[in-house]
Design a protein around this ligand. Structure first.
Ligand SMILES: NC(=O)C1=CN([C@@H]2O[C@H](COP(=O)(O)OP(=O)(O)OC[C@H]3O[C@@H](n4cnc5c(N)ncnc54)[C@H](O)[C@@H]3O)[C@@H](O)[C@H]2O)C=CC1
Ligand SMILES: N[C@@H](CC=O)C(=O)O
Ligand code: NA
Length: 430
C-alpha cells in the first residue's frame, strides 16, 4: 500500500471546505492512526476565484467535477456537491465505474439511486461510503453496519434534520412563528441549497431511507416514505403540547409492523422527559432498538462544517486502512424491494387541535364524530367560553388506528363550526 492516499474533492462549500481544512489541520494525527498521508491533490468547485480561507496551492483544479474521476493522480473521490442527479451522480458513476472509491455526504443521491450505485460499487470492487449523509457527525452508519450488526433491529427513530430541529427548538424557546425563524437557520449554514428540503421533511426522509436500508436490508426507497414537514406546526401547537407534557419534534421512524415496513417522517409529540425531547438546536439524535442490545441513543451535531467533515474523513480513514463494507450492510444483489405499509394501518395516539366558533353543541358534534369512529378521548382542553368567538379545542386520543382517526377528522372538518382544517399530530409512546 502506498504511503499516500490521494484525494479529489468535488464541491468546496460548507462540507467540502470543512473537509479540506480538517485534513490539513489534523494531518499528523490521521497519519499516526492510518500509517498513511491523506492528501488532497485535486479539487473542483463552481468558482475558482472565491476565497474560502483554504490553502489550495499545489492542488489541481478541475472546472468539470467529472474530470476528477479520470485524473490518474486521484485515488479516491469525495463527492460534496449535492443534488440527487446532475454532476454529483455523474461523478459518482464515473468514479465507481473506474473502480475508484467514493465518499459522499449526499443523502439525496443515495436515497434515489443507492441500490444502483451500491451494485456498481460492489461489481467494481470500490468502496462507497456515506457516514456524513445521515445525521452529520454522528457515527450512525457505522453503529448500524458494524457495532450493532449482530442485532435484529426492532425500531429506528430519530431527529434527522438539524435545520428543522433548530426551528422547532427556537419556536419552543421564544414563542416565535415558523416563518420568523427559518431565515435565521439558513444564515447558520445548516440548510440545504433548497431549504424546503429541510422544512418539508424531504432531507430527513432521504436519511430515513438510508437508515431503513441498513437496519432491514431493503433497497433505499424514498418514494415509499410517508412525509410531512413542519410548516403547519404553529407556536400555538408548541405551547399546547408543552401544557400537555410534550415536545414537538420532526421524527423519522422505521420498523416492521404486522402490516409491513412502516417508514414515516412527520412532526410528532414526545414526552418532555424522554431523552429525545431534550435534543435541541442543530443537534440530531438516533435511537436504535436491537433485540439484544436494547435501546441505544446516539446524539450529536447533524450539520455544519466541522461535524460533517468529521464523518467524511472517518470514511476516508477506513479507505486508507483498506477496510471495505457492503454499502448497505448486505450485498447489493440481496437488498429486498419492499412496499411500505400504508399509514392508515398505523396505530397510535393523536393530538387534535380544532379552531371552532364557540357556540352550543360544537363539542357534542365533535364527540359524536369521534364516537362514530371508535376514537376514545384521553384529554380535552377548551378554555375560553365566549359565545361567538373562535377558540381552540384540543384533545388527545387513546390508541386508535390512523384510518379511524382520519375518518373522524373528515367528519369534523365538514362541520360548519370548524373554521380551519383540523391539525393532527401523532403522539409517540416515548
Ligand atoms: N451543510 C451541511 O451541514 C451538510 C451537508 N450535507 C451534504 O453535503 C453536500 C454538500 O453540502 P454543502 O457543503 O452544504 O453545500 P454547499 O452549497 O455549501 O457547497 C456545494 C459546493 O458544490 C459546488 N458545486 C455545485 N455545483 C457544482 C458543479 N456543477 N461543479 C463543481 N462544483 C459544483 C459549489 O461550488 C460548492 O462549492 C450535500 O449533498 C449536502 O446534502 C450533509 C450533511 C451536512
Ligand atoms: N440541511 C441538513 C444538513 C445535514 O444533513 C440539516 O439541516 O440537517
Ligand atoms: Na453520520
Amino acid at each position: 500500500m502506498s504511503d499516500f492516499l490521494r484525494i479529489g474533492v468535488a464541491g468546496l462549500g460548507t462540507v467540502g471546505a470543512g473537509t479540506v481544512r480538517l485534513l490539513q489541520d489534523n494531518a499528523a494525527l490521521i497519519r499516526a492512526r492510518t500509517g498513511r498521508r491523506l492528501q488532497v491533490v485535486a479539487v473542483s468547485a463552481r468558482d475558482r476565484r472565491r476565497d474560502r480561507g483554504l490553502d489550495l496551492s499545489g492542488i489541481a483544479w478541475h472546472d468539470d467535477p467529472v474530470a476528477l474521476a479520470a485524473n490518474p493522480d486521484v485515488d479516491v473521490i469525495c463527492e460534496l456537491i449535492g443534488g440527487a442527479d446532475g454532476p454529483a451522480l455523474d461523478l459518482t458513476l464515473a468514479a465507481l465505474e473506474g473502480g475508484k472509491p467514493v465518499v459522499t455526504a449526499n443523502k439525496a443521491m443515495l436515497a434515489l439511486h443507492g441500490e444502483r450505485l451500491a451494485g456498481l460499487a460492489e461489481r467494481r470492487g470500490a468502496a462507497l461510503c456515506f457516514e456524513a449523509a445521515v445525521a452529520g457527525g454522528i457515527p450512525v452508519i457505522k453503529a448500524l453496519r458494524e457495532g450493532l450488526a449482530a442485532n435484529r433491529i426492532e425500531r429506528v427513530y430519530g431527529i434527522l434534520n438539524g435545520t428543522s430541529n433548530y426551528i422547532l427548538s427556537t419556536m419552543q424557546e421564544t414563542g416565535r412563528e415558523f416563518a420568523d425563524v427559518l431565515s435565521e437557520a439558513q444564515a447558520l449554514g445548516y440548510a440545504e441549497a433548497d431549504p424546503s428540503f429541510d422544512v418539508d421533511g424531504i432531507d430527513a426522509a432521504h436519511k430515513l431511507a438510508l437508515l431503513a436500508a441498513l437496519a432491514y436490508g431493503v433497497a433505499p426507497r424514498f418514494d415509499q416514505i410517508h412525509i410531512e414537514g413542519i410548516r403547519h406546526v404553529s407556536a400555538l401547537d408548541i405551547a399546547l403540547a408543552d401544557e400537555l407534557g410534550y415536545r414537538i419534534k420532526l421524527l423519522g421512524t422505521v420498523r416492521y409492523t404486522e402490516a409491513g415496513l412502516e417508514q414515516r417522517l412527520h412532526p410528532a409529540m414526545v414526552r418532555k422527559d424522554a431523552p429525545i425531547a431534550e435534543v435541541d438546536g442543530v443537534f440530531n439524535a438516533v435511537v436504535i432498538e436491537g433485540d439484544r442490545v436494547g435501546s441505544v441513543m446516539l446524539q450529536g451535531r447533524g450539520a455544519g462544517a466541522g461535524p460533517t467533515a468529521s464523518a467524511v474523513t472517518a470514511d476516508l480513514i477506513d479507505i486508507a486502512r483498506g477496510i471495505r463494507f457492503p454499502v448497505f450492510g448486505v450485498p447489493a444483489s440481496d437488498l429486498l424491494t419492499v412496499t411500505s405499509a400504508p399509514l392508515s394501518t398505523h396505530r397510535g395516539s393523536y393530538y387534535i387541535r380544532l379552531m371552532v366558533v364557540d357556540r352550543p353543541g360544537v363539542l357534542a358534534d365533535v364527540a359524536a364524530a369521534l364516537r362514530d369512529h371508535d376514537v376514545s378521548i384521553e384529554s380535552l382542553i377548551q378554555r375560553s367560553r365566549d359565545p361567538g368567538n373562535i377558540v381552540p379545542i384540543v384533545l388527545t386520543s387513546h390508541e386508535v388506528s390512523e384510518a379511524a382517526m382520519q375518518g373522524a377528522l373528515d367528519l369534523i372538518a365538514n362541520s360548519a363550526s370548524v373554521i380551519e382544517p383540523p391539525r393532527m399530530i401523532r403522539i409517540e409512546p416515548y
